[in-house]
Design a binder for this molecule. Structure first.
Ligand code: PLP
Length: 440
């Protein structure tokens, strides 16, 4: 396996220029400077080829520059690029109809279109307060919901996201996410850990200090993303839904990372057999053109004209890209994500026999987390080793991203073929071998 010369001379120059003019706050990982991409492959400015298991943080759902998405954008650009959400146009109406068709609840759905995931979350916060007349919320430790002031208040995956930014939004109480690999609450013998978490919310939070009738909503990622690609236990969502119903609390599923076909179903909450009241959407919906949505039950989205709006929401280029994206996901890529994801989980699980640093492999479809530990008994996170695997994989031609304390996400485009997955996993295993040799 050949080590690439990265960063090459052209990449170095770009990084130097970037550092002179771009905010230093961006959480840059390794020095990848993109030139172009096709499907699940990308090339840097020095001509190096990489397999892309990062997909621009789980965004390039149909791969890079899918011809059908490019054509949809081009066709729309020739007609008009912008009109503002004060007026009406074809692709916005059609996208609303499509979201209504695929929303994870039987009731009719209405959508508010946004420019990003964080704006979808802000919209959910405002709608929940407006609809219920209540002010309080429950969020989860390890959650990531964005970086604007309301959304970042819920975000609880790293202190960095809050440091220096207080005071945040008033009214968010955090509770543990049901991470059965690293439980922080005691479950009763035989009890599902997710049910134990809901018991805790009911008795230790609502029962002790947060009056249930003041809680507008519970915001939760059905599969935690940035926090470590954590899949909750099966009992969690049914119990959470019951608790919400009991107290008139809105259940808000943040599907920004896990949604839009990535897990093999349109919405990741569908794996758990409950219907939320709203879903926050972004990332994969338009193959990388900035677009998000808050899709809510019609009986919930009852605010009047002017209560919420934006300039770019429902932008024609973004809506056209989304319609082409959703058509591709529906016709082939959602099924592909389930199939290739299952192959990847099998291969990665086999890798555990050869690599003691892998503590757990988990996920659904093409949302897979590989957890690195210093040993499997203590489950101590091996952050340094994880970082070295990410950097080494890059040097051998594979783009990955970390998440959680010591997890690598496998979140490639949903069009990734089995052959591309095998090729990428070979590089991945090579990188793990190098990192283990250095650090174990
Ligand atoms: N919600 C989740 C689950 C996310 O993963 C993210 C981004 O990573 C966001 C919200 C915020 O989305 P954006 O970065 O588009 O604002």
């Amino acid at each position: 396996m050949q080590r690439l010369n990265v960063p090459g001379p052209k990449a170095r120059k770009y990084i130097e220029r970037d550092e002179a003019v771009i905010s230093p706050s961006y959480p840059r990982g390794y020095p990848f400077v993109m030139d172009h991409g096709k499907g699940s492959q990308v090339w840097d400015v020095d001509g190096n080829r990489f397999l892309d298991f990062a997909a621009g943080i789980a965004v390039a759902s149909t791969g890079h520059s899918h011809p059908a998405v490019v054509k949809a954008i081009q066709d729309q650009a020739e007609k008009f690029i912008h009109i503002s959400s004060d007026f009406y146009h074809d692709s916005m109406v059609r996208l609303g109809e499509k979201l209504d068709e695929i929303a994870p609840f039987k009731e009719d759905a209405l959508s508010f279109l946004t420019n990003s995931g964080t704006e979808a979350v802000e919209t959910a916060i405002k709608l929940a307060r407006y609809k219920t007349g209540r002010s309080q919320f429950i969020g989860f430790t390890g959650g990531f919901h964005g970086r604007t002031m309301g959304a970042v208040t819920f975000t609880a995956s790293k202190p960095n996201y809050h440091r220096g930014f207080y005071p945040l939004m008033n009214g968010v109480t955090h509770v543990p996410f049901p991470d059965a690999y690293r439980p922080v609450l005691a479950a009763r013998p035989g009890q599902d850990y997710g049910e134990a978490v809901v018991d805790y919310i009911e008795h230790e939070v609502l029962g002790r200090f947060l009056p249930a009738e003041e809680v507008a909503g519970i915001l939760v990622e059905p599969i935690q993303g940035e926090g470590g690609y954590i899949v909750p236990t099966p009992g969690f969502f049914p119990a959470l839904r019951r608790l919400c119903d009991q107290h008139g609390i809105l259940l808000i599923a943040d599907e920004v990372q896990a949604g839009t076909g990535r897990t093999g179903k349109w919405w990741s909450i569908e794996h758990f057999g409950v219907e939320p009241d709203m879903i926050c959407i972004a990332k994969g919906i338009a193959s990388g053109v900035p677009l998000g949505a808050l899709t809510a039950r019609k009986s919930v989205m009852t605010w009047p004209r002017g209560a919420q709006g934006n300039t770019y929401g429902g932008n024609p280029l973004a809506c056209s890209a989304a319609l082409a994206t959703l058509a591709l996901i529906e016709s082939e890529y959602m099924a592909n994500a389930a199939r290739v994801g299952a192959v990847a989980i099998k291969r990665l699980t086999e890798m555990m026999e050869r690599h003691p640093s892998i503590g757990q492999v988990r996920g659904l479809g093409l949302m897979i987390g590989v957890e690195f530990v210093s040993d499997r008994v203590s489950r101590e996170p091996a952050a340094e080793l994880r970082d070295l695997v990410v950097d080494t994989a890059f040097e051998y031609g594979l783009l990955t991203l970390g998440c959680g304390k010591s997890v690598i996400r496998v979140s490639p485009p949903l069009c990734t073929t089995e052959a591309e997955m095998e090729e990428g996993l070979e590089i991945f295993e090579h990188a793990i071998g190098i990192a283990e040799e250095k650090l174990l």
